[in-house]
Ligand binder design. Structure first.
Ligand SMILES: Nc1nc2c(c(=O)[nH]1)N(C=O)[C@@H](CNc1ccc(C(=O)N[C@@H](CCC(=O)O)C(=O)O)cc1)CN2
Ligand SMILES: Nc1nc2c(ncn2[C@@H]2O[C@H](COP(=O)(O)OP(=O)(O)OP(=O)(O)O)[C@@H](O)[C@H]2O)c(=O)[nH]1
Ligand SMILES: [Mg+2]
Length: 463
């Protein structure tokens, strides 16, 4: 970020007579601070002619999609030896003319080359401005722009597969299909309102509108249902390990992490603050939190830890409730079983290397001996996430999209209820239009300006 400040400083120092072209934007598109090569990405009308002002290589007038060798110069002085990629015409990422300067990847040298660009009149891009321009120029729709952001932040192969599908327009396609279904329903009503060949509302509704609408609703329901677990695939499963003191929670965390991360002792109340760690089970990410053992205590520090543990239960995607199987179930155990009964949880009966004294449905493990296969299998069984994506292209990938489809779904449901009561069709249309505008917004069609700013701000600079 500091580079941005330096660069804005330089803008102030632009000499009189310099062309300041607000339309040309630059950004460093490499994420690492120091690398072999940095790419400085430039977009905007006539940016090839712009770069030619300080690039010694001769870019042929009519050439496009070529790589050009030369030096970046500033007031006659060579700054760096570079390769420059040029993209003329509208067939580019942003839909505008584009240039990419591949310079050496040091932090200082990159900022020097950037400075030359700024000095000659370009400005730094905002977060996501390249993708935003691609969107505004109609190269991609909003779902594709989100997918570009997703592929950069993807943490596993499921998330990359999903993002790549989104980039290639998968979401766009199935939303267009839904829009097509809906427009056919709306058209049929509109035609009937304008040309009431037969004014029998009941017949029109029963014969075609209702079955068509119900079919569309079913499609939407399925998409919403299949998209439920996407957040878990993308961000991981927030897994909270709880249980009364000394049952082996920290030992379990360590066994899962295959690392002695949390302190383990035979003293009850060892863990006071939370300990975190992440693992990947066949691509499913578990973001685990080991907590303080839950019990009544007079110790202030311990009791704060206990409070935190209780809070975390309600934020979890998965609770691992650890029970010491080598002793009889205590009242504290029973309270925790009750407390988590409506939460996605696995009851983990630990210390199975000893004689088991509890009668309880759960998975038996021995954290101490790293004997946790039963638990790992159970987690895999519960979150068979990959298969959702493998066999299904009709998935939404974020909360914005699913919320809009839920709204669309709701409006359609209301329209169907109205149809079933044979309410005059012109009144039903209002709900259907509401449904329509929500579907459109998924692709960013007529999306509000401030929403767009909000969205693209979350991108990194240079994207
Ligand atoms: N050097 C470089 N590598 C890169 C990118 C880039 O911008 N520059 N990308 C940036 O994200 C990604 C590739 N994505 C891209 C997406 C579209 C177009 C593009 O020019 N599309 C045109 C022409 C397509 C064609 O020739 O068929 C178009 O859609 O009209 C380029 C890159 C990853 N690698
Ligand atoms: N026999 C046996 N002992 C275990 C097993 N797992 C943990 N222990 C022992 O149980 C004791 C407590 O283990 P911890 O992992 O610290 O338990 P905890 O639940 O994190 O305890 P607090 O942090 O105090 O809440 C230690 O002495 C461990 O060695 C196991 O599978 N079998
Ligand atoms: Mg502990």
């Amino acid at each position: 970020m500091y580079k941005l400040i330096i660069i804005y400083d330089k803008i102030q120092k632009i000499k009189e007579g310099d062309i300041l072209n607000e339309d040309i934007i630059v950004a460093i598109a490499t994420s690492r601070l120091e690398a072999a090569i940095s790419m400085i990405r430039i977009s905007g009308p006539d940016c090839i002619a712009f770069v030619q002002k300080f690039f010694t290589g001769k870019i042929l007038k009519k050439s496009t999609h070529t790589i050009n060798y030369g030096y970046i110069v500033d007031e006659g002085k060579r700054i760096d030896e570079v390769l420059v990629n040029i993209y003329r015409g509208k067939k580019t990422f942003t839909g505008e003319e584009m240039v990419e300067i591949n310079c050496h990847g040091g932090v200082y040298i990159t900022s020097q080359v950037l400075n030359v660009c700024i000095k000659n009149g370009a400005r730094m891009a905002e977060h996501g401005e390249f993708s935003k321009r691609a969107f505004l120029n109609g190269r991609i729709d909003l779902s594709q722009a989100e997918a570009i952001s997703d592929i950069i932040t993807a943490k596993n192969s499921y998330a990359t597969d999903l993002a790549l599908k989104g980039i290639t327009g998968n979401i766009s396609n199935f939303i267009e299909e839904l829009k097509e279904d809906l427009i056919q329903i709306i058209t049929q009503i509109e035609v009937n309102i304008d040309y009431p060949e037969y004014d029998d509302v009941e017949e029109l509704t029963a014969s075609s509108l209702l079955p068509r609408s119900k079919n569309l609703l079913k499609k939407m329901d399925k998409i919403l249902n299949d998209s439920k677990n996407i957040k878990l695939i993308k961000d991981g499963i927030k897994t909270v390990i709880i249980g009364r003191p000394n049952v082996g929670k920290s030992s379990l965390l360590n066994a899962l992490l295959q690392e002695e991360k949390a302190i383990v002792t035979n003293i009850a109340g060892t863990t006071r603050d939370i300990v975190e760690g992440s693992i990947s089970i066949d691509g499913i990410i578990l973001n685990m939190i080991d907590t303080a053992g839950i019990r009544k205590t007079d110790n202030i520090i311990e009791s704060m830890g206990v409070e935190k543990s209780k809070e975390l239960i309600h934020q979890a995607d998965l609770v691992l409730l650890v029970i010491d199987g080598s002793v009889k179930l205590t009242d504290e155990d029973k309270q925790l079983i009750e407390l988590t009964k409506d939460i996605t949880r696995i009851i983990v009966i630990n210390k199975a290397d000893q004689e088991i004294k509890v009668e309880l449905q759960g998975v038996n493990i021995s954290a101490k001996d790293n004997n946790i296969d039963t638990l790992v299998s159970e987690i895999k069984r519960m979150f068979e996430l990959g298969s959702i994506i493998d066999n299904n292209d009709h998935i939404l990938t974020n909360a914005r999209q699913t919320m809009l489809l839920q709204h669309a779904n709701h409006s359609l449901k209301q329209a169907i209820e109205a149809m079933e009561m044979y309410i005059p069709t012109d009144l039903i249309v209002t709900d259907l239009y509401e449904c329509w505008s929500n579907l459109k917004e998924i692709l960013g069609e007529k999306a509000k300006e401030d929403l767009l700013d909000e969205l693209f701000k979350r991108f990194c600079i240079g994207k």
